[in-house]
Design a protein around this ligand. Structure first.
Ligand code: NAI
Ligand code: SF4
Length: 514
């Protein structure tokens, strides 16, 4: 009998290793012959550790399993899919999963993440095989026609970027994956790297074949040790299996891949400071132009995409651009891996076509707040995203629709707050975050963020409230218009959305003279 126990960071944090050991020992005591396969997570975090058992009728899931439950579960016939209070049935039928459209995450939580054979047995490498049957223009055309846009947050059309790198002339080009996932409340990249790393490896290899880049780097945040270990193991196995290195899949093409660790700076998720850091320098933003697609790593043409952008590509090549573009709405095509976090009952990963409203995500999937209190504010798109009040929750998740409400889709992170949140404190936090994480290259951000904290302190203390709020507004205008990158340029978004939608929180202390 095969038991599947996740080894994703969330499951490990909730005791998955102890559960795996207890299951093995308990089965041995009962004379049961079990094999334990460590998988990634399916992303239903309130059910982790979620244990699955392979039966002739398919997998049966149990969760959340603690060490204390193991004996009772084995006695109830866990290894044959027996009944127990923690039995969830076939994982695919759990409504949270059944209502999703998992194009990118379909293998995550299902397979052994570091096994090339398991990956291929679940459809892996069909995308690269299809790409190898096309010429470079054909691959880039597929990416362009799918409508795929950069999933890191900016939503720039991936096909145009790939085309720019493909057409650039140079003796060496590079593919770089931005795996610095720094946004608060986001974890899709981590889940993918821990649960289905070959999907990323395959996507980057396709990018290498399409653009003529023979070397790739995954720039990973150091806060993800589990992802680091999984990627290193997967890459080594990939080289052994002939899907990486020289002569990829016998095609005569080579693609070499390495993982590099960051050192804990939010700004190194910005592509040009990421490249500086990758070159071994301090992570400071470079002015654009030149864009990295023309002059990137070591001054060579470099394709920089997020983990979620690369991992959408194998499915597109395998199933066709049309099939991908059938999902979504307007100019936001395909699926969006949404990460639901904060004060929410059922947090986790939700991959659905673009166009679902925030309310549907929070109510239908999330089941409301964990505290049971009313939702008051929802921040979408990380620490630089806007706070939305209740009356904006019917906005669909679509790049243009969110922008029309002065918000961001960003990397798809949604953080929910109940009615105990203090929005003035949140606005202050946005400035404080920017002051801490600013690279310091440009004045509006370096000085503006610090002045923002000071001015917000006065607002919170009720000192000349109107005049200081006006000052905050002016400061935000300067930061938006004058900052060199999105760090300083977007910090005004959480600040101004909080002031606009929750004005009452900014006048709690009244209005004192200076
Ligand atoms: P951007 O709009 O400057 O650039 C988007 C991408 O398109 C870049 O890779 C750029 O090099 C490329 N590009 C632009 N013109 C091009 C052309 N003509 N040909 C080829 N490529 C071209 O946006 P940026 O500064 O890269 O990203 C800002 C976004 O990052 C924000 O909207 C925010 O949502 C997101 N973000 C994401 C975080 C995360 O943890 N994933 C953290 C913080 C921000
Ligand atoms: Fe650096 Fe901030 Fe200017 Fe960006 S906006 S370049 S982080 S100082």
């Amino acid at each position: 009998v095969t038991l599947y126990v996740p080894r994703d960071a969330v499951a490990l944090g909730l005791g998955a290793n102890k559960v795996a050991r207890a299951l093995f020992a308990g089965a041995e005591r009962r004379g049961l012959d079990v094999t334990i396969v460590r998988t990634g997570s399916r992303g239903l975090f309130w059910l982790e550790p979620m244990v699955e058992v392979g039966t002739p009728e398919g997998r049966v899931a149990y969760g959340p399993v603690t060490v204390k439950d193991v004996d009772a579960l084995l006695d109830a016939g866990l290894t044959t899919g027996g009944d127990h209070a923690l039995r969830l049935g076939a994982p695919e039928t759990i409504p949270y999963l059944a209502r999703q459209q998992r194009l990118t995450f379909h293998r995550c939580g299902v397979i052994d993440p570091v096994s090339v054979d398991d990956y291929r047995a679940h459809g892996g490498y069909r995308g690269l095989e299809a790409a190898l049957r096309l010429d470079a223009e054909g691959v880039v055309a597929a990416v362009r026609d799918s409508g795929l846009r950069g999933r890191g947050g900016a939503g720039f059309p991936a096909g145009i970027k790939w085309n720019t790198v493909m057409l650039a002339r140079a003796d060496q080009k590079y593919v770089v994956c931005n795996a610095d996932e720094g946004d608060s409340g986001t974890f899709a990249d981590r889940m993918m790297m821990e649960g289905d790393p070959f999907n990323l490896i395959e996507g980057m290899t396709i990018a290498g074949v399409a653009t003529g880049a023979t070397r790739g780097y995954i720039y990973l945040r150091s806060e993800y040790p589990q992802a680091f270990a999984t990627l290193k193991e997967a890459i080594a196995n990939g080289v052994k299996a002939g899907v990486l290195g020289e002569n990829v899949l016998g095609s005569g093409k080579s693609f070499h891949l390495e993982v590099r660790l960051g050192a804990g700076a939010y700004i190194c998720g910005e592509e040009t400071s990421l490249l500086e850091s990758l070159e071994g320098k301090r992570g400071i933003v470079r002015a654009k132009p030149p864009i990295p697609a023309l002059k990137g790593f070591l001054g060579k043409p470099t394709l920089v995409n997020n983990v979620m952008t690369f991992t959408a590509v194998p499915w597109i090549l395998e199933n066709g651009a049309r099939a991908y573009a059938d999902y979504g709405m307007g100019r936001s095509l395909g699926t969006l891996p949404i990460q639901l976090a904060g004060n929410i009952r059922h947090g986790g990963l939700i991959e659905v076509a673009f166009g679902m409203t925030l309310r549907q995500v929070i109510e239908d999937f999330g089941g409301g707040t964990r505290s049971g209190r009313p939702v008051r504010a929802v921040q979408v798109g990380g620490p630089l995203g806007a706070y939305f009040p209740d009356h904006l929750l019917d906005t669909p998740l679509d790049y243009e629709a969110m922008a029309a409400k002065k918000g961001l889709v960003g990397h798809g992170g949604i953080v929910v707050f109940d009615d105990t949140v203090d929005m003035a404190a949140q606005a202050r936090f946005a400035f404080e975050f920017c002051a801490t994480e600013s690279c310091g290259k440009c004045t509006p951000c370096r000085i503006g963020a610090t002045r923002g904290v000071e001015t917000m302190d006065k607002v919170i203390a009720g000192i000349r409230t109107d005049a200081n709020l006006k000052l905050v507004e002016d400061l935000c205008e300067v930061m938006t218009d004058g900052s060199l990158c999105a760090m300083g340029g977007l910090t005004p978004m959480p600040v101004m959305s909080a002031i606009t939608h929750f004005p009452e929180d900014f006048r709690r202390a009244g209005d004192l003279p200076a």
